[in-house]
Design a binder for this molecule. Structure first.
Ligand code: NAD
Length: 283
């Protein structure tokens, strides 16, 4: 897809965490197509470096892959040094590292009194470490990069930070209590930061993607043998007014809009990109 009308984005520099993932790499591609220089941060060094190489050769716009963990401040500080040395400045941060874990997922949606004695698969049997990992990756994994990369933006007096929320932030989804609560904290934190940075020239917004079939949720939404929709997958489609899952590229218009100066008075919002899912009451 061509992204025209975002001339102000050209030659700006964007750090994108989890940039080698499904949604992150699609966003990095849209950024490159719009002339933004990208720093793709990911735990997976090979995937980040290879994506950066592909972006450079496809779009002729500079990109660098940097290995760092969003949970390790020191590695983020090192990444900051590498990026500033390469590009001289940082204009944008997209906090796209995040996700759920099967370890923090219940097997059943609801329990009854009889079901309490068998805790495997319900809330009482959840692995607390899994819970902690999901909280850390989504919340701490947004907090730490914002501390490390946001400082140079507030000092320069311009910049945009985009956090990645989810549908479950508005209303929790069954089976994924840790991911729902963690993404809810992203909405709250986005608002908090937007206020805190309000006078600095740095804006903070979030995008809440609807349902995209990716490796993180495939095990919940499709049958691994047949590929057919699970009852949960069918429920999602039935509750998405446009009647389909999103494609990663569907997020890119919202991303470019929120980064561009054309949205300079948009601050502290969580923008759903969900085919109408969050607007539908189910009846
Ligand atoms: P993904 O799993 O494809 O990508 C995540 C990337 O983050 C991977 O490349 C992974 O290596 C990297 N990563 C994991 N831990 C990291 C760490 N500690 N430090 C640095 N990088 C790390 O996920 P995705 O589907 O592209 O999701 C991207 C974001 O969108 C996440 O925040 C996710 O919660 C959110 N989201 C996804 C969907 C969906 O349907 N896929 C829906 C709503 C929100």
């Amino acid at each position: 897809m061509e992204y025209t009308g975002f001339e102000d984005l050209k030659n700006r520099v964007c750090v994108i965490t989890g940039g080698a993932g499904v949604l992150g790499s699609s966003m990095a591609e849209a950024l490159s197509a719009a002339g933004v220089k990208t720093a793709v941060i990911d735990l997976n060094n090979e995937a980040a470096t290879s994506l950066a190489g592909k972006l450079e050769s496809k779009f002729g716009v500079e990109s660098v892959g940097v290995a760092a963990s969003v949970l390790d401040r020191e590695s983020l500080n090192d990444a900051h040094g590498v990026i500033v040395e390469r590009f001289g400045k940082i204009d944008y941060l997209v906090n796209a590292a995040g996700g759920n874990s099967p370890k923090a997922t219940t097997r059943v949606e609801q329990i009854d009194r009889a079901g309490k004695s068998d805790i495997t698969g319900n809330f009482f049997g959840l692995d607390i470490e899994g819970f902690r990992q999901v909280f850390d990756l989504n919340f701490m994994g947004t907090l730490l990069p914002t501390m490390v990369f946001g400082g140079s933006m507030t000092e320069r007096g311009s910049g945009v930070i985009i956090n990645i929320s989810s549908m479950n932030a508005f209303k929790p989804l069954t089976k994924i209590p840790a991911y729902s609560a963690a993404k809810s904290s992203i909405n709250n934190f986005t608002q908090w930061l937007a206020v805190h940075f309000g006078k600095t020239g740095v804006r903070v917004n979030a995008i809440a993607p609807g349902f995209f079939l990716t490796d993180q949720n495939r095990f919940l939404l499709t049958d691994k043998n047949t590929g057919a929709l699970t009852p949960r997958g069918e429920k999602i489609i039935a509750n998405t007014p446009v009647g389909k899952f999103g494609q990663p590229e569907d997020l890119n218009g919202a991303l470019l809009f929120l980064l561009s100066d054309i949205s300079s008075f948009v601050n502290g919002v969580v923008l759903p990109v969900d085919g109408g899912y969050s607007a539908f009451g189910g009846v």
